[in-house]
Design a protein around this ligand. Structure first.
Ligand SMILES: Cc1ncc(C[n+]2csc(CCOP(=O)(O)OP(=O)(O)O)c2C)c(N)n1
Ligand SMILES: [Mg+2]
Length: 614
């Protein structure tokens, strides 16, 4: 007879989560770092009671906004290179829906997170309950169906025993490097509280290890042949290099074959910025060093990247008509994109097998030397734009320079939306793998502060520096209070350019009038003048507005000694961004308009589209 234990579905769920383990550096640790929770009806009585039972093994954390708590959970997984993750539970209705954007964020970035939104009664007897939408034609629909397209695995638990196969599938998805993404288990409120005789074996400790696929022999042969025929090879390092912790294998291939490397937003810090063969950022927000090579490259080894438009310059960057792309990726979907030669494998395994099979083959020396020279030219250009200034309204680049000088490369730097991602991708000099944390797959305004909190939970001993614009800050800042409450210190640098600076610049570049982006160009009776330092202080942070780049550097040096979240505010210029480097990005310009500026922009747009390689 199978030994059983009588538990509610929610109790079975939390007990199961508390027993899942992984090994990091030879040490067993819980694979779930904890559960974020905002309670309401639909989770307080069921999941809430069950979380209380396991609070010593599986800690529960309270947040202020469901989207933000899921951001923290997702950032935690990213900072752990996907080896550990968190869950997030919500009430039904608005609480659940607040998490949908975060689900999409995790989906796009291929990051594991377990989402546990409460759902309406499976028995439907009290319908319609508070916060239930009523579908006139479909009795099975609830708002949680919105999670379906943004989950890698979605399940609705309408009977207590369904949680058994659902958890099995959830763990497969969360721990698989290729499938990895958000898992949503939608938990009907009555079923959370229903008991069932669960097999005790369900709660045995399970140890999950990182799966490392080795390359297929034929695919490896084809990739090696392509590389050996290359005159101008280039590696693009994506986030998969970091998730696979493949930095040393990448450095070995680059050095032994003399192949320059460039990095996507997700892949930045795969090699330290000062590695001679690291050409740094590629694409729309790329360095001149990387983009020059990308234009000419005949074999592009794309490792662990989704090849999104910012990387490929909307597929206009690689200008060598005869080029071959090799897609080294755990996910077939990515490996064969744009007719690439697929090399389906874990990045570390794939790179080391390539290095071994190349047997000392080297790229032509002229190509490698050309790369090294290009890097020097870029560094000189970057030093100019990041140098200190007395300007009343410094540029984002000048603020980045100040942060870099004051904090060094040993911190983890985080950003997500606005003008900062482009500037930081080009200009930030990253240190160790994972020290540059960009959420630029979904570029979600409001990720920054909550994301910083998740990174700090993953790396409590490290300085976490969050750079954020005024727009993103105003959208979602509530987890400053959570960071203070949990004693998890963040250093937040807030660049106040009084509006959506980067979209205003994009608007002008597409011929648009200055309209509805900067606060001064938006309909208003009163010109807003937000006191960000006072706001952050009210949430419990240490906060200060600085008047110059020099003051910012002094304040940052002081902030290092603080043990409390610190917010430093600086006014910046909304109109300036770094011209050096960069590449065209496909943003569709209206075909007809009464504005001559739009017509002129359309003409340029058509030329750019016409020069794109197929
Ligand atoms: C949730 C969300 N809404 C809208 C956008 C589109 N968007 C991208 S950047 C941006 C403006 C950001 O303003 P701010 O944080 O002040 O940065 P700045 O552009 O001024 O550097 C907007 C509206 C987005 N990325 N995310
Ligand atoms: Mg702004």
């Amino acid at each position: 007879m199978t030994k059983t234990v009588r538990l509610t579905m929610a109790q079975a769920l939390t007990r199961f989560l508390s027993r899942q383990v992984t090994e990091i550096d030879g040490k067993k640790v819980p694979i779930f770092g904890g559960v974020w929770a905002i309670f309401g009806h639909g989770n307080v009585a069921g999941v809430g009671e069950a979380l209380y039972q396991v609070r010593d093994e599986l800690p529960t954390f309270r947040a202020h906004n469901e989207q933000a708590m899921a951001h923290a959970a997702i950032a935690y997984a990213k900072a752990n290179f996907r080896r550990r993750f968190m869950a997030a539970t919500t009430s039904i209705g608005p609480g659940a829906l607040n998490m949908v954007t975060a689900a999409a964020l995790a989906h796009v970035n291929r990051l594991p997170v377990l989402l546990l939104p409460g759902d309406v009664f499976a028995n439907r007897l009290p319908d319609p309950v508070l916060q239930q939408v009523e579908d006139f034609s479909d009795g099975t629909a609830s708002v949680n169906d919105c999670f379906r397209p943004v989950s890698r695995y979605f399940d609705r638990i309408t009977r207590p025993e369904q949680i058994i196969p659902a958890l099995n599938r959830a763990m497969q998805v969360l721990t698989d490097p290729a499938e990895c993404g958000p898992v949503t288990l939608s938990l009907c409120q009555d079923v959370q509280a229903e008991a069932y005789d669960y097999p005790e074996s369900l709660f045995a400790e399970r140890v999950w290890t990182q799966r490392r696929l080795r390359p297929d022999r034929n695919e490896l042969e084809a990739a090696v042949a392509a590389l050996k025929g290359a005159k101008k090879p280039l590696v693009i390092a994506g986030g998969g290099v970091l998730y696979s912790q493949a930095s040393s294998e990448l450095a070995k291939l680059a050095q032994s074959a003399g192949i320059p490397v460039c990095e996507t937003q997700g892949g930045k810090s795969s090699l330290p910025d000062d590695h001679p063969l690291n050409m740094a950022a590629v694409g729309v927000t790329g360095t001149s060093a990387a983009n020059r090579l990308a234009e000419e490259a005949d074999v592009v080894l794309a490792v662990g990247t989704r090849l999104q438009d910012f990387t490929t310059g909307s597929w206009a960057l690689f200008k060598n008509a005869g080029r071959t792309i090799i897609g080294l990726n755990t996910q077939v979907f990515d490996a064969g994109k744009h007719w690439a030669l697929p090399l389906v494998a874990d990045a570390a395994e794939g790179l080391s097998e390539l290095t071994a099979a190349l047997k000392g083959w080297k790229a032509p020396a002229a190509w490698t030397d050309n790369a090294l020279k290009g890097k020097g030219d870029w560094q000189a250009a970057a030093a100019k734009v990041t140098a200190s200034t007395n300007a009343a309204y410094p540029s984002d680049a000048q603020v980045i320079g100040a942060v870099q000088r004051a904090m060094g490369s040993g911190v983890t730097l985080l950003h997500a939306a606005g003008g900062l991602p482009g500037e930081l991708h080009k200009l930030w000099q990253a240190g160790a793998p994972g020290s540059y944390h960009a959420e630029y797959g979904f570029s979600t305004m409001g990720y920054e502060i909550a994301g910083g909190l998740g990174v700090k939970m993953a790396k409590p001993g490290e300085e976490v520096v969050v750079m954020v614009g005024d727009g993103s800050y105003l959208m979602l800042n509530s987890e400053i209070a959570t960071s203070v409450m949990l004693g998890l210190k963040l250093t937040i640098v807030l660049l106040d350019n009084r509006g959506y600076g980067c979209i205003n610049r994009l608007q002008m570049a597409t011929g648009g009038a200055n309209f509805n982006n900067l606060l001064r160009d938006a309909r208003h009776e009163v010109m807003p003048d937000v006191d960000f330092a006072a706001h952050a202080t009210s949430l419990g942070a240490v906060a200060e507005k600085v008047a110059s780049i020099a003051e910012l550097e002094t304040a940052l040096a002081k902030a290092k000694g603080n043990d409390k979240t610190t917010v430093l505010v600086i006014d910046t210029d909304p109109l300036v961004s770094t011209d050096a480097g960069g590449h065209w990005w496909d943003v569709a310009v209206p075909e007809v308009s009464s504005r001559p500026q739009v017509n002129a922009a359309r003409k340029k747009y058509e030329e750019a589209v016409g020069s794109r390689q197929g």
